[in-house]
Design a protein around this ligand. Structure first.
Ligand SMILES: *[C@@H]1O[C@H](CO)[C@@H](O)[C@H](O)[C@H]1NC(C)=O
Ligand SMILES: *[C@@H]1O[C@H](CO)[C@@H](O)[C@H](O)[C@H]1NC(C)=O
Ligand SMILES: *[C@@H]1O[C@H](CO)[C@@H](O)[C@H](O)[C@H]1NC(C)=O
Ligand SMILES: *[C@@H]1O[C@H](CO)[C@@H](O)[C@H](O)[C@H]1NC(C)=O
Ligand SMILES: CC(=O)N[C@H]1CO[C@H](CO)[C@@H](O)[C@@H]1O
Length: 477
């Protein structure tokens, strides 16, 4: 951590002068109740059970989650709350089929890969397998240079390094193959989605890519190809464009300076095959517990506090938060002091975003290091081990630290990466039993402490950053 002495002194002075001695961070934290956290987690778990086992973006379980949050906020006289509706281009997958020498194989389409436009493919071509020679290692990735993939449908085994999504060998996708079907050496893909949304992958290079088959099928076909068998594959894929309607839920304190807003957010949706209790009902419940604590009226924030439950987490490219940011007026954007994000906070590590970049070299806007230190000091004082968290760009903070969107001090908590830290990540077992409410309570109290301090500070401590509207417009949402 790199925080100058002068900053630290300023921070203490600002806090001391801003709040009456009678109401302390400890008092605010004592208003956080494990009961509130547990009852919200139970509600989200029940919502998933009642809605095909998920609370995913564009699905009925998400709508029910929105309604739950709204019902929690509605009665408050201390908060103003509203929803922000928006539409996202998406596509329905009508069919996705592979037959090889007449036998059909199941394919899976990870969420986010299909794109939002109409597609209708029916391709018959020889099947080839990328020959990696000896297996690549995570430390020494290498390229496939040996297979002629021209005019072929290519089967590609990906070496899974630490967790799904992190693959070692670099696929040379510039070849003139017709498309790629993947399987992974040590895990099964997480299931098929019926819908998908546009993403950053340039699909123009190949008619299709990022479609998975099961490991067993992939191994079987690879063995046959290596044995010299000639395999003819037919790939059929049809999608039609649709628009997904969704909404963010937002609540802000009536009290506090409207020109200095502290924004806290968590994505409210789950993955497509999961109740999403740790990911990320935990973050949603953390915000609701803070809302409850403030709603008791004992705590008078100096800066305005705004909570956001975002539609569309990482799987949907943070659509909810990026829509929110791109829809802000210049004044609204300028008034945001900082953003705190909470993602997967009911188990795993006490993970604090690496605001100053001292661990991973990628840092947030000035002020982010102060937020990191606040959280770190809190956990350290409690004798709890802190783990700095990399800014992978895979959660809603991205919209608040990206030069193309909004550049604000950012921070928050995140318990760990994917399956490495949560064996139930994005799966059906990410249910109530996957959450550790004691862990969540500790994280919520840490958030209460940070919020208490930050909502009392002056702009000398956390600078107000003028928002550059031109830059945001140029991002072309
Ligand atoms: C294989 O291809 C990669 C990427 O095009 C290149 O960097 C590498 O040097 C090639 N290796 C060999 C042995 O040709
Ligand atoms: C935000 O969206 C709403 C509704 O779509 C629209 O009325 C408003 O003008 C937008 N504001 C900005 C600043 O884009
Ligand atoms: C729950 O979390 C607390 C705090 O991190 C930890 O001490 C406890 O061991 C956890 N319980 C289980 C069953 O993992
Ligand atoms: C705002 O962003 C645009 C585009 O990046 C840039 O040209 C301009 O200089 C910026 N304005 C200010 C005041 O920083
Ligand atoms: C459903 C969803 O979008 N989950 C995301 C939660 O956040 C982590 C990292 O912050 C992502 O890896 C998950 O995909």
């Amino acid at each position: 951590m790199k925080v100058s002495h002068s900053t630290a002194i300023l921070l203490c002075a600002a806090i001391a002068s801003a709040h009456p001695a009678s109401f302390t961070s400890e008092k605010f934290q004592s208003l956080i109740s494990q009961k509130s956290l547990l009852s919200d987690l139970k509600a989200f778990d029940q919502i998933a059970s009642n809605n095909n086992g998920n609370r995913a973006f564009g699905e009925p379980g998400y709508v029910a989650s929105v309604n739950h949050v709204k019902s929690r906020l509605d009665k408050s006289s201390r908060f103003k709350s509203w929803t922000q509706k928006f539409e996202t281009p998406s596509s329905n997958i009508e069919h996705l089929r592979l037959t090889v020498n007449g036998k059909s194989y199941n394919l899976k389409m990870p969420l986010g890969w299909a794109g939002g436009e109409a597609r209708d493919l029916d391709i018959t071509a020889p099947l080839a397998v990328l020959d990696w020679g000896s297996p690549g290692t995570c430390e020494h990735p290498y390229y496939n240079n040996n297979t002629d993939t021209t005019g072929k449908i290519v089967l590609n085994r990906w070496v899974n390094c630490h967790n799904p999504g992190k693959h070692s060998p670099h696929v040379d996708m510039s070849s003139s193959s017709l498309g790629y079907i993947f399987y992974e050496d040590n895990y099964e893909p997480l299931g098929v989605s019926k819908r998908s949304v546009p993403n950053m992958v340039k699909r123009e290079e190949h008619p299709f890519s990022f479609i998975y088959m099961s490991r067993a099928d992939g191994i079987e076909l690879t063995r046959r190809l290596h044995a010299g068998e000639e395999l003819i594959a037919r790939f059929q894929y049809k999608t039609s464009p649709v628009k997904i309607e969704s909404q963010n839920v937002i609540a802000e304190t009536k009290a506090g300076d409207p020109n200095k807003v502290i924004l806290l957010g968590a994505h409210l949706d789950s993955g497509v095959n999961s109740p999403g209790i740790n990911d990320n009902a935990s973050g949603a419940a953390l915000l609701l517990a803070l809302f409850d604590a403030i709603n008791q009226g004992k705590f008078k924030p100096k800066n305005k506090i705004r909570f956001a439950w975002w539609a569309g987490g990482q799987e949907y490219l943070n659509f909810g938060s990026s829509h929110y940011v791109l829809n802000l007026s210049k004044k609204e954007a300028d008034n945001i002091l900082l953003y705190l994000n909470f993602d997967m906070v009911s188990r795993g590590h006490f993970g604090v975003y690496d605001g100053d970049g001292s661990r991973y070299g990628y840092y947030g806007y000035p002020g982010s290091e102060i937020i990191e230190k606040l959280f770190e000091d809190y956990f350290t004082a409690m004798g709890l081990p802190v783990r700095p968290v990399h800014w992978h760009g895979d959660s809603d903070y991205y919209s608040f630290m990206s030069p193309d969107l909004l550049i604000k001090p950012v921070g928050g908590l995140h318990g760990g990466d994917g399956l490495l830290d949560d064996a139930c990540w994005q799966q059906t077992c990410d249910n109530l039993a996957n959450a550790n409410v004691t862990h969540l309570e500790i994280n919520t109290k840490a958030a209460a402490h940070a919020l208490y301090v930050l909502s009392q500070t002056y702009k000398e401590v956390i600078p107000l950053v003028p928002y550059n509207h031109t830059a945001a417009q140029m991002a072309g949402y």
